[in-house]
Design a binder for this molecule. Structure first.
Ligand code: FES
Length: 73
């Protein structure tokens, strides 16, 4: 879904940006130009950003907790 209509930024792009290290609206503005036109998308973008950070943190926990050596044993 589009989060920033002015700059055609989607929620998937925000998730990718979080995976690349984005952690704030300023980061998303710098990386994706999100919110640099009318700015009406910023409150929605904050929610999407928060969710993406939470999901990313969960994904990293699962990845760190997984051990191929244990899986094959
Ligand atoms: S909708 Fe994002 S800057 Fe206008």
């Amino acid at each position: 879904m589009f989060v920033c209509i002015c700059n055609q930024v989607t929620d998937k792009q925000i998730c990718s940006a979080v995976n690349e290290g984005a952690s704030s609206i300023d980061d998303l503005s710098n990386m994706l130009n999100l919110g640099t036109c009318c700015g009406k998308c910023k409150s929605c973008a904050k929610k999407v950003l928060r969710e993406a950070i939470k999901e990313n943190a969960c994904a990293q926990t699962v990845a760190v907790g997984f051990s191929p050596a244990l899986a094959s044993a």
